[in-house]
Write a protein that binds this ligand. Structure first.
Ligand code: BES
Ligand code: MN
Ligand code: ZN
Length: 480
């Protein structure tokens, strides 16, 4: 989809006109602007609340007008929801070209417009690779403002890069698990590395064994596809800081021998969304030439039952000599992430940010619009929370109380991988913190936000959201 900034309101024939109506707007003034609208439309009411919409036609010009509730002027959350509603309406009306006209003479700060553009794009996405009947995307949106906006649109090419990488991440997560297996993920990483000049190192079985990556080897034991640990590096000539990003890459989570019941398994192709977000973020970082060293780590495997499957009761010995008792093979994410975090900490970066679809409990706690942020470093969490607010990939900070540490202590090993007495997201976070040494560390549990079973208030289609790509890029841009 093309989005173009226009200098004035001059819609071509057959282009749908969308008019955001802010709360408290004087409707009489608005109607004066559009004499081509027929009389009956003027008697309808719209208050400007988010979610409200009014469709009307101008008879002579056969033009469709959509008045869409825009909420509070300047509010970023309302920009996202306005964009979402607008795209849903355009698709419903089969409109492929639109002019979005901001008639209210308000200030539109760059951040507001960036969110609007982001969410127009994000809501034009559909995964219909496997459908004969494809839904028609919107092809072109023109933006016009009554008041001149200070914003030139100069940052659009940059934004297009970030949005394209978010889209690729969504495609990868939505891809069926038969195709998006560890081998295919290695290929996807290699392709991105080739395209954007990133360095890729792929550890497969021999290197995993040589480096003692025993969590990955245990979880991956029953898969016909060999596990992998990928390291994707962006290293500019000059940099002063190094950031490691880690993403969980379970390409399908059946639960292993602790098999998941049918309906909880249905969406488990999404369990590599962390790895996909890391790939998207690294690609964007390289294309934007950010002046930071950024290293992406992705442990990849499937979690399946089978003759060779790892078992409850097994004890895994990690490269840092810590031992972990497996009490539940479905708590596999933390087991493969432990390997990656050990490697990450050895790189001595300034910080580690890890994203994973880690626990069902975070979905219960925060739903599908906030990811859980677990971080003991104030500066790091503040930076992430700020990037979350401005990107719309929202975070809610969760505690990491030391008091809960004993609940993941084992009688036969140093740690165990699960404990059933509640707070399972926190315990997972505490488990991961055991493997990061002294490096400032943030764990982001994206189990609720990475994949939607139904649309939410700012994304109008189910499936992968690409959560993390825009958040990480934003955070890294602020850092650089
Ligand atoms: N991949 C799942 C978590 C998940 C749940 C992701 C829902 C996306 C949506 C994870 O591996 C898992 O199975 N977690 C278990 C842990 C438990 C056994 C301690 C869970 O949350 O039930
Ligand atoms: Mn699991
Ligand atoms: Zn999982």
């Amino acid at each position: 989809m093309k989005i173009i900034k226009k200098s004035s309101y001059r819609p071509q024939p057959h282009v749908c006109v969308v008019i955001p109506v802010f709360k408290g707007a004087a409707l009489a003034e608005l109607w004066q602007e559009f004499p081509e609208l027929e009389y009956p439309a003027r008697q309808k009411r719209i208050k400007g609340e988010i979610g409200e919409a009014l469709a009307c036609h101008s008879l002579e010009q056969r033009r469709l007008f959509l008045l869409v509730g825009a909420g509070k002027p300047g509010r970023l959350a309302d920009a996202r929801r306005l964009a979402c509603r607008t795209m849903t309406l355009l698709r419903e009306h089969l409109a492929t070209r639109a002019l979005l006209y901001f008639a209210a003479p308000l200030p539109y700060p760059p951040e507001y417009l960036r969110n609007l553009v982001d969410y127009l794009h994000l809501n034009n996405y559909r995964f219909d690779r496997y459908r004969k009947k494809k839904s028609k995307p919107v092809e072109r949106i023109e933006l016009a403002f009554k008041k001149r906006v200070s914003w030139s649109g100069a940052e659009w090419p940059e934004r297009a890069i970030v949005l394209e990488e978010a889209r690729l991440a969504r495609d990868l997560v939505n891809e069926i698990p038969a195709r998006a297996n560890p081998d295919a993920m290695v290929q996807a990483f290699a392709a991105a590395a080739g395209r954007h000049g990133l360095k890729l190192e792929a550890w497969r079985r021999p290197e995993l064994e040589a480096n003692g990556m025993s969590g990955l080897l245990a979880v991956g034991a029953s898969s016909c596809c060999e596990p992998a640990l990928l390291t994707l590096t962006h290293e500019p000539r000059d940099f002063s800081r190094t950031v490691v990003l880690v993403g969980k890459g379970i390409t399908f989570d059946a639960g292993g021998l602790n098999l998941k019941p049918g309906n909880s398994m249905e969406e488990m192709k999404c369990d590599m969304a962390g790895a996909a977000a890391v790939l998207g973020a690294l690609s964007a970082v390289a294309r934007l030439r950010l002046p930071l060293k950024v290293i992406g780590l992705a442990p990849l495997t499937e979690n399946l039952p089978g003759r060779r499957a790892y078992k409850p009761g097994d004890i895994i010995t990690y490269a840092n000599k810590k031992t972990v008792e497996v009490v539940n093979t479905d708590a596999e994410g933390r087991l493969i992430l432990a390997d990656a975090l050990i490697v990450a900490a050895r790189l001595k970066p300034d910080m580690i940010i890890e994203l994973s679809t880690l626990t069902g409990a975070i979905v219960t706690a925060l739903g599908d619009s906030y990811a859980g942020l677990f971080c003991r470093n104030r500066r790091l969490s503040a930076g992430l929370l700020q990037a979350a607010e401005s990107s719309g990939e929202l975070l809610w900070e969760m505690p990491l109380p030391g008091e809960y540490r004993e609940s993941i202590a084992s009688k036969v090993a140093d740690l165990k991988n699960a404990n059933y007495n509640g707070a399972s997201s926190i315990k997972a976070g505490l488990f991961l913190s055991e493997f990061t040494g002294r490096v400032p560390f943030a764990h982001i549990d994206i189990a609720g936000t990475a994949f939607l079973s139904k649309p939410n208030f700012c994304l109008n289609s189910e499936g992968a959201t690409g959560f993390g790509v825009r958040l990480l890029v934003e955070f890294l841009q602020n850092l650089g």
